[in-house]
Design a protein around this ligand. Structure first.
Ligand code: MN
Length: 454
């Protein structure tokens, strides 16, 4: 059986990017059977597919995933062309900055984070950006291949040859991420690009799907039906399997586009599909809590989304309907304004009492070679001039992976003391991992990794 429904009409794929292809897509997200809320978000549009799985931080995981999805969805409106990998990396940085802002405004949210797996399609290639343990798969000619590698502790064990992929799937620490977007740690996403062709089918999903279905089950459910049928049967099968976590999946087919021949149809009858937003990013109460974020205008509401009607009724008087009236985010053109606002903020701070403010600042840094927490702020020369060390960890900086050593030596700012302690705990876990898996890329040589452990 072939997945290509129109072999005779298929245009050449490598004719200078003029192949008449389009993405036909569907997305679905479900809270599952155990969780109290849906912290997953998903997006599918003409050139962009995204899944983000939020977590932690006083139930702000849904804000983290919604922020990530909204940031990547922006690339769907202005496809980046040749610069796609740069644009995807920039989107990761933007989502990080956005989360930092959310945490600064609401320190209770420190500790939240999200995965993000995003696929950008154009012409005969897709580009992927990936952080965390959500996944992208390709179904081609009946064969399923996983396009992403989980950023999990158990995956590092698999890579080191310590356990098998099957053992990893049931390992008690299988949910432990070694990378996530959290607005605190800068992360390098995995970036990749690959050629694609008509008939290819893509699946992006959260671990609520891949954690309960085997690859063979996923392949079987993906092999028949259109994208809408596939997302429905995938989610339903995860629910039958107990759905201990939120379940989100996006399915898209790369198909020959017949509608290009019929563009003289009236606009109302043209099949120009609207994007679909599902999960936390689709819920208006989450969008309301992220006033700085520009959410995509989507056509097909998540079935679980609360009815939008009350919003217009209950919104504050100066609050316009969110989707229609929200001003465009101007992040990229905001440089000079941000600088002048920062100067204004500094002037104000000097008026309200510099030290009072500084003493509420915390950061994680190098305390005489150990990982530690400083209270106060660094001065303009990168020294610890206006701060003092208030806590020192047993973990020395030299035990950390190199990228974490650099971060600690530069210092990592924290929204509050609890957040700083969480950062230290994360660093201690990294050092412990370097001991457990000595050949993990980036880890120091074993003598340094184990040297200072008490
Ligand atoms: Mn999950």
């Amino acid at each position: 059986m072939t997945t290509n429904s129109q072999p005779a009409a298929m245009p050449p794929l490598n004719s200078g990017g003029t192949a008449r292809l389009r993405l036909r897509y569907a997305a679905r997200s479900d809270i599952g059977l155990v969780r109290q809320g849906n912290e997953d978000s998903g997006y599918a549009g003409g050139h962009m597919l995204v899944v983000a799985d939020g977590m932690g931080g006083h139930a702000a995981g849904e804000l983290a995933s919604a922020t990530a999805v909204a940031t990547f969805a922006e690339l769907d409106r202005e496809p980046p062309g040749d610069q796609v990998l740069t644009a995807l990396a920039d989107a990761v940085d933007q989502a990080h900055d956005e989360l930092s802002r959310v945490i600064s405004a609401s320190p209770d949210f420190a500790g939240m984070g999200t995965t993000v797996t995003a696929l950008s399609w154009e012409g005969d290639r897709v580009a992927l950006a990936h952080v965390g343990d959500s996944r992208a798969y390709l179904l081609r000619d009946g064969e399923l291949s996983q396009l992403t590698k989980d950023h999990t502790f158990v995956q590092t064990l698999v890579d080191a040859g310590r356990i098998t992929q099957e053992e990893a799937a049931v390992h008690e620490k299988r949910n432990l991420l070694i990378k996530a977007l959290d607005g605190v740690h800068h992360v390098e996403p995995d970036l990749s690009m690959r050629e694609v062709k008509a008939g290819d089918r893509f699946l992006l999903c959260s671990d609520g799907l891949s954690g309960v279905l085997t690859p063979a089950e996923i392949r079987d459910l993906l092999t028949s039906g259109d994208p809408t049928g596939s997302v429905t049967s995938l989610v339903e099968r995860a629910i039958e399997a107990g759905a201990p976590d939120n379940v989100t999946c996006v399915v898209a087919d790369l198909v020959a586009d017949d509608s290009i021949e019929t563009t003289d149809l009236a606009p109302a009858t043209q099949s120009i599909a609207m994007p679909v937003v599902v999960g936390a990013a689709a819920e208006l109460r989450n969008r309301d809590r992220l006033p700085g974020i520009d959410f995509p205008v989507d056509s097909q509401p998540d079935p679980d989304r609360p009815t939008p009607a009350p919003v217009a009724v209950s919104a504050p008087e100066n609050d316009q309907p969110i989707q229609a009236e929200k001003p465009k985010r101007r992040r990229r053109k905001l440089g000079p304004l941000v600088v002048s606002l920062s100067i204004a903020a500094l002037v104000m701070l000097s008026l309200v009492g510099f030290w009072g403010w500084a003493h509420n600042q915390y950061y994680v840094g190098n305390v005489n070679g150990q990982v530690g927490i400083y209270q106060g702020i660094k001065d303009g020369y990168g020294e610890h001039g206006f701060s003092k060390a208030i806590q020192t960890s047993q973990t020395s900086v030299s035990q950390l992976p190199q990228y974490s050593q650099d971060q600690v030596n530069d210092s990592i700012s924290a929204a509050n003391l609890e957040a700083a302690r969480n950062i230290v705990a994360t660093l201690e876990a990294q050092a412990a991992q370097c001991v457990a898996v000595p050949k993990t890329p980036g880890c120091p040589p074993p003598d340094q990794a184990t040297g200072a452990v008490p």
